[in-house]
Design a binder for this molecule. Structure first.
Ligand code: NAI
Length: 287
């Protein structure tokens, strides 16, 4: 089994920047790629912000960790050096397949290709490559530096060697994992969609965001309200997840409320407005 040294993370958004930070904290050399220079700049600011907190709380050497991360907008040349790739671009099958086609053309033959997709079957994404045995899902949760679970999604053609290497890698990040079957939404999002779907139905029926979140937090006992979680993850992320899941026969409907929010760019914390309003990079919800 070869050693993983260089990790390539593609997509520098909500998940990609956190995954890059996590890998750098574990000692890996990380290249973070995005199509947008602006997204890369923001990602590095967020990583630096998070590492400053970890430096104060846990004595993490911020500058040393930061020095292990480089950024690029050039995927083909970044791909050639990668031992393991984690793709975290937007949840759209065609965009992901295009990224995997580029990886197939430019990565070494013994690379491990992982996708952080929330819902899309791994086999579909792997079909864009000539090496489906090297492809699997590594589904991290938001924020990956705090939520220590990864769904390792094993597709029909994923090889044993790839799975074993992925397990070793996930453990090296200090994470736990479950091994999930390659069905739309895997395990966590099949549960999530039922819960969030019900919360949105209650909203449509006339309850307020605050009332529903109060019930979730104070009666059901979860640490964040359901609408706070949606804002934190991205309203567009839930929107895309529902579209991808319903296109694959999962019984879930897209609410007009979500359609309107996406149309208006009310995407949650990342745009300052979602179900709640936020100020600053990590502003608090006004509840
Ligand atoms: P995001 O919208 O915050 O970031 C996506 C990034 O990908 C953007 O910076 C965009 O510029 C970049 N991008 C788009 N096309 C690209 C391409 N062809 N090459 C390189 N970069 C490209 O999205 P987020 O929330 O980080 O989600 C990414 C993936 O992670 C999705 O598959 C999503 O389903 C999954 N995910 C999201 C979670 C969340 O809570 N937001 C949790 C777990 C998984």
């Amino acid at each position: 089994m070869k050693d993983v040294r260089n990790v390539l993370v593609i997509g520098a958004g909500t998940m990609g920047h956190g995954i890059a930070e996590l890998c750098a904290l574990a000692g890996y050399s990380v290249t973070l790629v995005d199509v947008s220079e602006e997204a890369l700049k923001k990602a590095m600011e967020r990583i630096a912000w998070s590492l400053s907190k970890l430096e104060k709380k846990k004595g993490v050497k911020k500058d040393e960790v930061l020095s292990r991360i480089t950024t690029s907008t050039d995927l083909p040349s970044s791909a050639s050096n990668a031992d393991l790739v984690i793709e975290a671009v937007v949840e759209k099958t065609e965009v992901k397949k295009e990224v995997f086609r580029t990886l197939d053309e430019n990565c070494r033959d013994d690379v491990i290709l992982a996708t952080n997709t929330s819902t899309i079957p791994i086999a579909e994404i792997a079909s864009a490559t000539s090496k489906p045995e090297r492809v699997l899902g590594l589904h991290f949760f938001n924020p990956p530096t705090l939520i220590r679970l990864v769904e390792i999604v094993v597709a029909e053609k994923t090889s044993e060697e790839t799975v074993e290497l992925a397990k070793k890698f996930v453990k090296s990040l200090g994470m736990d994992y479950i091994t999930a079957r390659d069905v739309p939404g895997f395990v966590v999002n099949r549960i999530n969609l039922r819960v969030f779907g019900q919360a949105i139905k209650l909203l449509e029926s006339g309850y307020s965001v605050e009332e529903i979140d109060a019930c979730a937090k104070y009666r059901i006992g979860i640490p964040m309200g359901l609408f706070e979680v949606i804002d934190f993850s991205g309203v567009d992320v839930l929107y895309n997840v529902i579209r991808e899941m319903s296109a694959r026969g999962f019984d879930v409907e897209l609410s007009p409320i979500l359609e309107e929010m996406v149309r208006e760019g009310r995407l949650g914390m990342k745009t300052g407005r979602g179900f709640y309003t936020y100020e600053g990079l990590y502003g608090r919800a006004r509840i």
